[in-house]
Design a protein around this ligand. Structure first.
Ligand code: NAD
Length: 421
């Protein structure tokens, strides 16, 4: 078993390095090393059988100097204080790296949503909102979907907040259904943004994307749209690593390139790609050792690339689409092997950027087309990529360290001007 990295420790290491490299006084690190505030709440839910169950929920706001806090909330049995704190810290630096005016937040409720009926899920969501309602709002903290939370849950959240306040407040949450003020392009935005990062990474590495073989771990929201957009740019998606409740992990493989549109249709009909007939099924262990891959994109879950599989990886570049898919130990191994790794806080920031666009549209009550969303998104992500890449070259640090340097510098400038230290 690989050691599971504690997200708080992982982010603190990056902040400490960035503060030292930027020559900041220790007080900057002290200010940034923990969230500004964390709320732990008990959420009672009337169950369908007439009993009441109480669930523990959290909301952490890391640093609000750049603007209101922003970050999703998840429903999962592993939700705990350190996870929520660490993820809120990640969000601060992700927003700063793309230069959108938000701080970081994260929330969650420790529960197993698979055991809850639709009615129980709705009551859980409404009561979680009531428990944290003083902390959120369009000017304070704007949640969004995360693991096991979706547009319907955001709709209940927005409805409950609006009912409490007495008028419609769509800007309290993003990732809403379109009729309730959701943004065009939000569903595809993270995969679209990852593809922008893949194209920029190819450009700086002198790789022709149309001649690449790509392996992607995860065919959920992010992995599927990344596969689609990269294949439209001419790349061959040769392998997709996945997980299935019957057989566990597996991968689909076709050296000629999988037909992604067919895979979308297959998943829409069957809910899974496990029995997709037009590809060879290989194990996830084999997936990590494939030797004909140019670009590896982990787009499934945290700690996927670790000290066990990192030594077997033979690719030209890695583009992180999931949050925290590479452990610090694996990071070291890949650096020693000379494999450039384009980091999550840059490459998957398309999602939060499109969420920002949703919030802006809600505040203006004026809505954009998908083309407008995508062109604004591309502009922001390209400029963030250039900032990080230039920092990587100028400061002679890894791409991940460069992303933190860019973000911490922006935040530290605000801290100084406002006189917080
Ligand atoms: P998702 O639940 O839609 O998809 C995840 C996919 O990974 C699923 O298809 C699942 O079957 C698969 N999977 C699970 N365990 C696996 C394993 N061990 N091996 C291979 N595949 C496995 O989630 P998503 O929204 O696509 O998010 C994926 C990652 O991207 C997460 O780390 C998430 O935090 C991050 N992210 C998502 C967004 C977004 O907008 N959805 C934005 C930024 C970052």
């Amino acid at each position: 078993m690989s050691k599971i990295a504690n997200p708080v420790d992982t982010v603190q290491q990056e902040i400490r390095f960035a503060c030292e490299k930027l020559g900041l006084e220790k007080s900057y690190y002290e200010l940034l090393k923990e969230p500004e505030r964390v709320l732990i709440v008990q959420v009672p839910v009337k169950m369908d059988d007439g009993t009441t169950k109480t669930f523990t929920g959290y909301r952490a706001q890391h640093c609000t100097i750049m603007g209101p806090a922003k970050g999703g909330f998840r429903y999962h049995p592993d939700v705990c204080l350190d996870e929520v704190k660490g993820l809120s810290m990640w969000m601060t630096f992700k927003c700063a790296v793309v230069g959108i005016p938000y701080g970081g937040a994260k929330g969650g409720v420790c529960c197993n949503p698979a055991d809850l009926s639709k009615g129980e899920l709705e009551r859980l969501t409404r009561n979680y909102l009531r428990a944290i309602n003083t902390m959120v709002g369009p000017e304070k903290d704007i949640p969004a979907p995360d693991v096991n939370t979706n547009a319907q849950i955001m709709a209940w959240f927005m409805d409950e907040f609006s009912t409490l306040k007495g008028y419609n407040i769509p800007g309290v949450v993003t990732g809403k259904p379109i009729p309730l003020g959701g943004s065009q392009g939000r569903t595809q935005a993270t995969g679209y943004g990852v593809t922008v990062a893949v194209k920029k990474a190819c450009e700086v590495m002198n790789i022709d994307i149309a001649k690449t073989n790509i392996a992607i771990q995860g065919f959920g929201n992010v992995g599927s749209y990344t596969s689609l957009y990269c294949s439209k740019d001419g790349a061959k998606i040769v392998a997709i690593g996945e997980w299935d409740k019957e057989i566990g992990t597996y991968a689909l493989y076709d050296e000629k390139g999988l037909d992604i549109e067919k895979l979308f249709d297959y998943k829409a009909k069957n809910g899974t790609i496990v029995n997709y007939p037009d590809a060879k099924r290989i194990s996830l262990d084999e997936f990590w050792t494939l030797d004909n891959i140019d670009i590896l994109i982990p787009a499934a879950l945290e700690n996927a690339i670790n000290e066990n599989n990192a030594p077997t990886i033979k690719v030209k570049i890695i583009v992180e689409a999931a949050n925290g898919p590479t452990t610090p130990e694996a990071d070291k191994i890949l650096t020693e092997k000379g494999i450039p790794l384009f980091p999550d806080i840059l490459c998957n920031a398309g999602g939060v950027t499109a969420s920002y666009f949703e919030w802006v549209q809600n505040l203006m009550n004026f809505y954009w087309t998908e083309e407008e969303v995508n062109s604004k998104l591309e502009h922001i992500l390209i400029s963030a990529f250039d900032d990080v890449y230039n920092m990587h070259k100028d400061a002679n640090v890894s791409l991940r360290q460069a992303a933190y340097l860019v973000a911490v510098k922006r935040i530290a400038d605000n801290i100084k001007i406002r006189g917080w230290v």
